[in-house]
Design a protein around this ligand. Structure first.
Ligand code: ARG
Length: 462
């Protein structure tokens, strides 16, 4: 459409072909076509409803737009780069289909409020899908957690063995992160769901439009109160990219753990064949490609957030062509989050198996019960700091002797402190170490069972 006739008669000649390509967004904004058609149908209905065009004209526009939808779905509507963007492509096809009444569609509207409307309709749907995917991801975390309440896994701080925890507790931590992601997207949805349609190019319109009517037809929760803000606001997209970034950060953290767990050094999980690949040269290898890719793809989503923030920071009111650059960032973030959530859900469902025997060995062969020895003495009235120092000494002695705490004889314990009795062995047994952390939100089995119950009802709310 980049002929001289695209624009008003102000223009005498066409764009330079390279500039036409440079200017175009059709090669990526066709992603918006269904939303563009829906938004235009609402606009046409409103024009008829308010008497700006006749009911018959309104009906012709709506029907023509519906026909373009069918053509698109059948793969027959494939506008080229000459159409510049999806909005022009639709308007041009509409006029071919319904004749000159098609040229009335753009009455009282600008591509500026139009593209904002399309982007919001698109994001609304994608957010809903991502929230469903988060629920599925939480579902598999819950299923695994239910199977592994009694499975112990070393808990780490600084990636050093710290205290053993229930594997269910570990998995439920990710379920909580996903819960915040789900809630956060629900809150953001409210701000995405505001209509800029009718803000015009920047200042509103001279026609007696009804913005609330189009908003209602399109299911928006409200309308922008200021036309300048309405056409140039991208806060909703930045908020979405922020939420998308956090989802990716959470998936990436889990990915990193799975990668470590699958290593020979940890050996906590085995990867099944459905989610792992081999090496083209080393026949013994089985690689955790899925979590590696998720960890890797996190960078691009974080980058898109940064890109949009930088895009916005110097923009004067109102619409500026810079805003065309928001789309690829948004689309790519949406696709990346959706594909990563799907892949991680499959990975958890069938891609890995916990090696419970290795986990049991892991928690029995270290000093991650040392805090419990200090707690044991502290519970008998020894000031905690004193007990802590004493146990530090015990650990050092054990390390020198090549022993674990459980290997000390009762005489040895009592030589260290008279308050030690035979029940010290039970207190430092891994299962007891975990069970004893029964404070609210802790890893004690009773707490974990309550947390599972809470998660179960949380997930079945909606
Ligand atoms: N393709 C444009 C975009 O994505 C549509 C709006 C163009 N508006 C304008 N005044 N040139 O932002």
């Amino acid at each position: 459409m980049n002929t001289a006739s695209t624009w008003s008669q102000r223009f005498e000649s066409a764009l330079h072909p390279a500039i036409a390509r440079f200017n175009a967004s059709i090669h990526f904004d066709m992603e918006l076509i269904e939303y563009d058609l829906t938004g235009s149908q609402a606009h046409a209905q409103m024009l008829a409803h308010t008497g700006i065009i006749t009911p018959d004209e309104g009906a012709q526009l709506v029907a023509g737009l519906e026909q373009i939808r069918q053509e698109y779905r059948q793969g027959e509507f494939q506008p080229g780069i000459d159409a510049e963007d999806v909005h022009f492509a639709v308007e041009r096809r509409l006029t071919e289909l319904v004749g000159s009444v098609g040229k009335k569609l753009h009455t009282a509207r600008s591509r500026n409020d139009q593209v904002g409307t399309d982007t919001r309709l698109y994001l609304r749907e994608q957010i809903t899908q991502i929230r469903h995917q988060l629920r599925a991801f939480q579902g598999i975390l819950l299923t695994l957690a239910e199977q592994h309440v009694e499975t112990l896994i070393p808990g780490y701080t600084h990636l050093q063995r710290a205290q053993p925890v229930s594997l269910a507790h570990h998995l439920l931590a990710y379920l909580q992160m996903a819960q915040r992601d789900w809630e956060r997207l629900g809150e953001i949805y409210q701000r995405v769901n505001v209509s800029p349609l009718g803000c015009g190019a920047l200042a509103g319109t001279t026609f007696p439009i009804d913005r609330h009517y189009t908003a209602q037809l399109l299911g928006f929760g409200g309308v922008y109160a200021n036309s300048l803000d309405g056409v140039s606001d991208r806060d909703f997209a930045i908020e979405f990219l922020g939420a998308a970034s956090l989802i990716m950060v959470h998936l990436s953290r889990l990915s990193e753990e799975v990668i470590l767990w699958a290593s020979q050094e940890f050996g906590f999980v085995t990867l099944t064949d459905s989610c792992a690949t081999g090496s083209s040269i080393m026949p013994q290898k089985k690689n955790p490609d899925v979590p590696e890719l998720v960890r890797g793809k996190t960078g691009r989503v974080l980058g898109h957030l940064q890109a949009l923030l930088v895009l916005m920071k110097g923009l004067p009111l109102a619409y500026n062509k810079d805003l065309q650059e928001d789309k690829e960032a948004i689309f790519d973030a949406v696709k990346t989050v959706q594909s990563c959530l799907e892949a991680m859900t499959i990975l958890l469902r069938e891609g890995l198996v916990f090696r419970t025997e290795r986990l049991a060995e892991a928690v029995a062969e270290d000093f991650s019960n040392a805090t419990d020895v200090a707690d044991y003495l502290a519970a008998k009235g020894v000031p905690f700091r004193e007990a802590y120092n004493l146990v530090g000494k015990v650990v050092r002695t054990c390390l020198v002797a090549g022993k674990l705490l459980k290997d000390l004889s009762l005489e040895e314990w009592q030589a260290l402190h008279p308050d030690f009795a035979a029940d010290i062995y039970q207190a430092i047994e891994p299962r007891q170490v975990v069970a004893a952390r029964n404070s609210y939100g802790g890893t004690g089995f009773a707490q974990v069972r309550q947390a599972l119950q809470a998660a179960r009802s949380q997930l079945s709310i909606d």
